[in-house]
Design a protein around this ligand. Sequence first.
Ligand code: ADP
Ligand code: ADP
Length: 224
Amino acid sequence: MADLNLVLMGPPGAGKGTQAERLVDDFDLPYFATGDILRAAVVEESDLGKEAKSYMDEGDLVPDDIICRVIMERLDSGEAQDGFLLDGFPRTAGQAETLQQALDKRSRRLTAALLIEVEDDEVVRRLSGRRICKKNGHVYHLEFDPPKNPDACDQDGSRLIQRDDDKEETVRKRLEVYHDQTEPLVGFYEDRGLLRRFDGERPQDDVNGHIRATLATLRLEAEL
Ligand code: ADP
Ligand code: ADP
């Protein structure tokens, strides 16, 4: 089957992780979420975690060289050999260029950039109610996608927590960073004919249906 090499874009809280969780099994896509990788590194107190923590706490981006290193290791690990879904990368023009060059060098190309669009006020509503499970990062929302038990993950029973950077003040900062540094990538991918837009304000199932239909078409096109 043809490889799907995908990036998932959108502001914090757009529903990237929620959608990815539902897509990776069905489309058999290796999934790399830079936020999850960095949070795991912070918990482990590895060198990467120590380097990244202060930026994450402030709602700032981790420097390009650090995060590009992380992604290049994944691309070369063999895990991404038959396609990938990147979530949260690239987030700057420098990262997008690095990814493009890395793929060119490996004679691969991006299949599409999937953009989930959500307005700022909705982002704030979503992130204030977001809860994630401590063990595997499964995502819930107290109002929009409530767990059966408010303190425990439906899937693995581990404790549900609020991310430190989901406080309103840090969310506003992250939105500013998104508009400033990441949104310009929409034009970058549009110019290359790779952008696919999704209305992220629709219910989760609708967004999922739209993305699935697009991926099915992209896979068919790639096989032609
Ligand atoms: P969200 O799910 O809210 O979009 P993430 O979990 O993707 O947020 O990212 C959390 C934090 O990790 C970011 O605020 C940033 O500090 C850091 N981070 C994640 N991905 C990147 C990246 N590609 N470049 C720089 N920093 C990143
Ligand atoms: P991202 O990975 O883009 O930061 P998440 O997938 O973590 O976003 O979703 C942010 C919050 O919004 C979570 O609490 C999630 O349950 C909720 N959410 C995701 N998609 C929707 C949707 N379509 N409608 C309402 N809430 C949603």
